[in-house]
Design a protein around this ligand. Structure first.
Ligand code: G16
Length: 540
């Protein structure tokens, strides 16, 4: 065993965070997530893994975020962030699961020591960790468990405090690139948001007419205080009206509000008094997702989800790339999941003529696929996503000669976009600024944006089953391989509906199975989802 880690100290610290014998933990779609009172030992053990991961990555900063994002208030969660601000490398997710399930302190220390060998961790490197947390009442105790682990491992740690998840991702990247003269990341930037102001102004052009205020439902979560800070810096280009900012009021977080609620129920959040003509969006509990919506002249609720944001961003970027005369060098692609509305995929492929890939749910899958494009736009329908500019694309933008004023303006806009967008992960605040910049530039209201294509009627359902792990999928989660024969039964049902599509998958963040359905009419969609839910219950 290396002198760098004192296993006795680790075992002693671990004794204060015993494992719940009956629970089997799993690193899911976005880390460990469950009822907060089951997470003490998991967070402690994630702290140990963060130390190892940092040593493995040459002593670069690793991020730890304590949040359960869209989940109810009584849940919490923890996930690791890799040095470039990305989700933890997938091979380490298995290590996280094994470490979390070690039966007792002795087994834990044994696994810790084995992992040093298996993962070839250079224990001479001083580990560094930065951590943040959201507004959940369970956070302080879990932070203490994490600090116990970091202390026992001799980690150089930064408590980044109350932050949105994307702020933590961004901070990890900034901390690891601050000595790199080529890196544009600035640790202070996201906190003060001054640069976002400048960039937003460049993207929309200073002389453009301000849009009407944007009503932002912050899900009574960390987005509220953070957006309030940002709003001060952008008030000459954008008026922000915050709704649902009851942070710390028991039972309020994500309750009948927030991006997940609005997307799932396709209705206004609690507390919203939207009138026709008003513009609104919702963040989720940790501000990494955003969906837009409005009420039309007939008082119908109209949702502009992640698919609509991806389409708007792709359309705008393609136009600006053309105007910058870089269309030969910069190809735009879009990444979606099975939840993407069929109409959005059709619009992207047939109208915008961009390549579209479909991958499994989870930002980690979308992010990696988006890296294959010069500009990769990725969004889940639930509003989680961002845009990535490859190094080659950024270089092409930097090196392009400015031959005409129109081309110079387009290049300035492209540069500004690369600064405005949080390229580490989906970020509700940064995504909102991107959408607002595009809409202001085009002087579009939400109805004009919405008119690009019409969503097929669609519905999401959550089914509680005895064991969600029975549900196994293939083909980017579009088909079930288990339970046996269920997929054939779903296919037979779907075939009865025009433009029908439905799929079933186990959630990686909640103890439930998710069902999605879409069809040509609302009545058909509603009928189809009921049928598929019945099938799921039958085979569960
Ligand atoms: C997390 C992930 C998202 C995923 C969502 C739902 O979001 O980061 O990529 O779409 O969970 O996942 P599942 O359907 O597996 O429960 P968040 O906002 O909760 O962190």
């Amino acid at each position: 065993m290396s002198p760098a880690f004192d296993v006795q100290r680790i075992a002693q610290a671990s004794a204060k965070h015993p494992k719940e014998a009956s629970i089997k933990y799993a690193y899911g779609t976005a880390g460990f997530r469950m009822k907060a009172d089951l997470l003490d030992c998991v967070v402690f053990r994630v702290g140990l893994l963060a130390a190892l991961r940092s040593a493995k990555m040459d002593g670069q900063y690793i991020g730890v975020m304590i949040t359960a994002s869209h989940n109810p208030e009584e849940d919490n969660g923890v996930k690791l962030v890799d040095p470039r601000g990305e989700m933890l490398q997938q091979s380490w997710e298995a290590y996280a699961t094994s470490l979390a399930n070690a039966a007792d302190d002795a087994a834990l220390v044994k696994y810790f020591e084995d992992l040093i060998q298996v993962a070839k961790v250079d224990v001479s490197k001083k580990p560094k960790v930065v951590y943040g947390f959201d507004t959940r009442p369970s956070c302080p105790a879990l932070v203490a468990a994490l600090e116990d682990a970091l202390g026992a491992c001799g980690v150089e740690a930064i408590n980044f405090g109350l932050k949105t998840t994307p702020q933590l991702h961004y901070a990890v990247r900034c901390l690891n690139t601050q000595n790199d003269p080529m890196a544009r990341y600035d640790y202070g930037k996201l906190i003060l948001a001054c640069d976002e102001l400048c960039m937003l102004t460049i993207v929309v052009k200073a002389n453009i007419k301000k849009l009407s205020p944007i009503h932002v439902d912050c899900a009574n979560g960390v987005g509220a205080p953070k957006l309030r800070e940002l709003a001060k810096y952008i008030d000459d280009v954008l008026d922000v009206k915050i709704v649902n900012d009851a942070v710390g009021v028991k039972g309020k977080l994500n309750f009948e509000c927030g991006a997940d609620y609005v997307k799932t129920t396709q209705s206004l959040p609690l507390g919203s008094t939207l009138q026709p003509g008003n513009r609104a969006c919702s963040y989720d509990g940790d501000a990494d997702r955003i969906v837009y919506y409005y009420v039309d002249d007939e008082s119908n609720f109209r949702l502009l989800d992640g698919d609509k944001i991806a389409s708007l961003a792709a359309m705008f970027i393609i136009d600006v790339v053309k105007a910058a005369e870089l269309a030969d060098q910069i190809k735009v692609g879009v990444v979606q999941t099975a939840y993407a509305n069929g109409s959005s995929t059709h619009y992207l492929e047939k109208t915008l003529k961009v390549p579209v890939s479909c991958v499994s749910t989870g930002v980690k899958h979308l992010h990696h696929e988006a890296e294959r494009y010069d500009v990769g736009v990725y969004f889940e329908a639930n509003g989680h996503g961002t845009v990535l500019f490859s190094s080659a694309a950024q270089q092409a933008i930097r090196n392009a000669e400015e031959r005409t004023p129109a081309q110079a303006e387009a290049l300035a806009q492209l540069k500004a976009l690369t600064e405005l967008i949080n390229q580490t992960v989906g970020d509700a605040m940064s995504d909102m600024l991107l959408v607002e910049a595009i809409l202001a530039h085009k002087q579009w209201d939400l109805a004009k944006w919405d008119a690009a294509y019409t969503d097929l009627p669609n519905k999401l359902a959550k089914v509680i089953v005895p064991n969600r792990n029975k549900f196994k999928t293939t083909n980017a989660e579009r088909q079930l391989t288990e339970p046996k024969d269920l997929q054939a039964a779903i296919d037979a049902e779907v075939a009865k509906y025009s433009s029908g599509r439905s799929f079933v998958r186990a959630s990686g963040t909640e103890d439930a199975v998710r069902v999605y359905a879409e069809a040509a009419s609302r009545a058909e969609c509603d009928e189809l989802i009921v049928k598929v839910v019945e099938l799921v219950q039958l085979y569960a």
